[in-house]
Design a binder for this molecule. Structure first.
Ligand code: ATP
Length: 419
């Protein structure tokens, strides 16, 4: 399995990585230089921190720009937004904010800080601090680096935990022994980074992770935080390998007291193969979890997961269904996201019907409307719905093909009703 193997982690000076900021992306470099100048004018220092620094050193595109400043995060955000023509949203409680630029990209701004944990798995107490201390609160050495943005020292990397060495050795390593206990979301993150980058988990880190899993620390997380990690996993291109690793390492089992169904990995593989969107992959996983009333998911997500679990009763009848109307009747109550998942998972005989339902049947409507029924002299009321439904089934099954056919059928129904 990719990534999940312990690797001895003694540091070895093996720098296969560019030092400092590569000049490849001139636009990004200019932007970062500008941020550095703004901070200097405000009398503080700004740094690119965490994931973007890691990605820069790995030569990978980074979706976000995370900037930390040592003071005045609110003023910094305001001036940046003003200079770049963006909008700034500040959360005073966390001293963090986001600048949204005219091209919709974001710059996330934080105040450098330290964190202390009073109990396992709860959110930490936060205190302002300098950049080096800020780096020591982070999850893995590869994410504990900062790149200076101040004009005089632009591009210098601050790397107190030897993140560059670990990147070049391709290992994921925690900063201290209590890391997974303090914050068990790091268990998910550890697996995610190892698989995403094809890295191995350093030996001690793997042992600590397994101990935290065995003691079920992730079950202490709020359901929101645990489920958020699963959502993030579902958005990864290597989601199958990640879930495989999470199951092999008992992470999911220990978070939710859950036994993976045998169909989990084959189903997931089929969904990935059919290029299912992250939200569908999440729904599929959700349907296998012990979802309770207090589970923090949206109503539609819960309904779709329930529909997936209840599909067994429909499957056999669907396999026997010959007419489109019968297919429609069986599948109409099932939410569309669940149908999309089932279309990828079910055997051909059943899946064919589901695809027809998604592509054709669910969009089929009779041509006549309530107004036509009124013109035919039908009193408004529940009868309308019954008539329109019969017209729909007639159309689905090809018994009517035009407006005239529908009118004829309608008159027949009305005539029969009078008799
Ligand atoms: P991704 O590419 O998945 O966005 P990222 O490293 O940018 O990776 P984020 O969740 O955006 O991940 O976090 C940004 C940074 O914040 C991380 O690089 C890390 O330094 C720090 N961080 C995030 N989550 C934690 C955590 N649970 N514990 C400690 N540090 C964290």
């Amino acid at each position: 399995m990719p990534g999940i193997r312990g690797r001895p982690g003694s540091p070895r000076p093996d720098f296969g990585l560019p030092k400092g900021l590569p000049a490849s992306d001139a636009g990004q470099r200019q932007l970062l230089e500008r941020l550095g100048r703004v901070a200097t004018k405000l009398g503080t220092r700004a740094f690119l921190v965490g994931g973007p620094v890691r990605d820069l050193l790995l030569g990978r595109a980074s979706p976000d720009l995370d900037v930390a400043v040592e003071a005045s995060s609110r003023e910094f955000g305001k001036v940046v937004a003003l200079e770049l023509g963006g909008r700034f949203l500040f959360h005073s409680r966390f001293l963090t904010g986001t600048v949204t630029l005219p091209d919709s990209s974001h710059i996330d701004i934080t105040r450098t800080r330290t964190e202390s944990y009073t109990r396992p798995a709860v959110l930490p107490r936060v205190r302002p601090a300098h950049i080096r201390q800020d780096l020591f609160r982070r999850d893995f050495t590869m994410n504990a680096m900062a790149l200076e943005l101040a004009p005089r020292s632009f591009g210098r990397i601050i790397d107190p935990c030897n993140g560059q060495i670990d990147l070049s050795r391709r290992i994921v390593r925690v900063l201290h022994d209590r890391s997974f206990v303090d914050d068990p979301t790091r268990i998910f993150r550890c697996v995610r980074f190892a698989v995403r980058f094809g890295f191995e988990i350093e030996e001690r880190t793997l042992r600590l992770m397994r101990e935290a899993v065995a003691l079920r620390y992730a079950s202490l997380l709020t359901p929101e935080r645990a489920l958020w990690e699963l959502r993030l996993t579902c958005a990864e291109p290597l989601v199958l390998q990640m879930v495989e690793a999470l199951v092999k390492e008992n992470v999911l089992q220990s978070t939710w007291e859950w036994t993976p169904p045998e169909s989990l990995l084959p189903g997931l593989a089929r969904l990935v193969q059919s290029r299912a969107a992250p939200d569908l992959i999440f729904l599929f996983l959700l349907s296998t979890l012990p979802v309770t009333d207090r589970f923090p998911v949206r109503r539609e997500e819960r309904d779709a997961a329930d529909a997936l679990n209840a599909f067994g009763a429909t499957r056999a009848r669907l396999a026997r269904a010959c007419k489109p109307g019968a297919v429609y009747r069986l599948l109409h109550p099932i939410p569309e996201p669940a149908l999309k998942i089932l279309a990828a998972l079910e055997p051909v005989r059943v899946s064919r019907h589901i695809k027809d339902q998604l592509r054709v049947f669910s969009h089929t409507r009779p041509e006549l409307t309530g107004r036509d029924l009124r013109a035919l002299g039908v009193e408004p009321g529940p009868r309308y719905r019954a008539i329109l439904e019969r017209l729909l089934y007639a159309r689905l099954d090809g018994r009517v093909r035009s407006r005239e056919d529908e009118l004829r059928l309608c008159r027949r129904m009305l005539g029969a009703g009078k008799r």
